[in-house]
Design a protein around this ligand. Sequence first.
Ligand code: DHB
Length: 375
Amino acid sequence: MLGHLLHLAGIDSVIVENRSQEYVVDRVRAGVLEQGTVDLLIQSGVGERLQREGLPHDGIYINVRGQRRRIDMASLTGRRITVYGQNEVVKDLIAARAASGRPLFFQVGDVSVHDLDSRQPTVRFTINRETYELRCDVIAGCDGFHGICRPSIPEGRRRTFDRVYPFGWLGILVEAPPSSPELVYSFHDRGFALFSMRSNSVTRLYMQCAPDEDATKWSDDRIWDELLTRLGSDDGWKPLVGPITQKGVTGMRSFVTEPMRHGAMFLAGDAAHIVPPTGAKGLNLAIADVWRLSRAVAEYYQSGNERLLERYSDDCLQRVWRAQQFSWWMTSMLHRPDTESLFDWRRQLAELEYVTSSRAAMTSLAENYVGLPIT
Ligand code: DHB
C-alpha cells in the first residue's frame, strides 16, 4: 500500500519481500476493513474488486452466554465495516504494482539495513544468492513483528511496551455459506468464540485455546463440538458445518515500540505494533501508518520540508494507543480469564450487559470498531 501511494505521488520505491508471491496471496489473515481503510483503497484506485466482492456489514452480534444481541454500528455512527480478506487486498495491490511497472521482488534473502543515521541509508539483500545494495533516502520498515527493521534500532534508542495474554485463538476456514450475514462475538463459560466469514461461501471461525495449543491435536469433530457449543444461541442460530480447509493457532499479544522512527528508517504496521486480534484493528492500523508515511515522504520531496516526517511517530502513536486500548478492552471483556476469580467473571458479565444495552456504551464500542477517520 505504501508503494502504491508513493507511486501515485510520483515517488520511486523498491519493495523487497522475503516470502514468495504464492505465500502472501494464499495465506489467510485478517478480514475486517474499517470504513476509512475502504475509502482509502477506493480513492487510491485499488478498490474496484473490493467494491464488487467485499461484504459491507452494518452491525455485529455479541452473544452473551447464548443470548445474541446486535449492535447496530451504522445507525450509531453512520459508518460500517467491510469483510474482505487481507490477502485479497494484497492481491489487488500486487496487481496495481505490476501495472505501475515499479520494482517488487519476492523471495529476497539476507535483508539488512545500514547507515540509518546518515542521509543515505542502504538496504542489502540477495536475490538468487546474488548480493544487491540499494542506496535510498528513506527506508520503510514494513516487515512485520518478526522482521529485521525494528531490531536494527539500537536498544538504547527504543522502548517497548507489551503484554502477552494467557490464551490464543484456534482459527479454521470452512467451506460453508455464513449462516449469519454479520459477525458473532461469543462470550461463553467454555471460552470465547468468533463467527466470521470471507465470502458468501466461506465461513471463518475462531475459538479461545491455550497459547501453545497444538492444532493438529484437534480433530474436526472435536472442533465442531466446541464451536457449536460456544457459538450457538437460544434464538436457534448456529454456524453451518462444512469441510475445514485450514486450521491454525495464533498467539495473542499487545506490543508497541517507540518511537516508530530511527534516523532515515520509519516503522509501519506490525514492525512497530501488534494488537490482539479481537476487534480486528491490525491491518487497519498498518494502512493508517503507511498513509501518513506516504504524505510525509511526499511533502519532503515536494518542498524539502521534514515537518511531517518529524511528526510521523507521534502522530501514528496516537492512533496506535487508541487501538491498543480498544483491542485490550475487547479481549479482556470477551475471553475466559485464566484465573478462577469469580469476581472477574461477574464483572465481565456486568460489562457485557452494559455494552449490549446502553446506547452510550454501544456507541463507544461501535465508533472504535468502525474506526476513526484516517487523517
Ligand atoms: C476476523 C478477525 C478478527 O480478529 C475479528 O475481530 C473479526 C474478524 C476475521 O478474520 O474474519
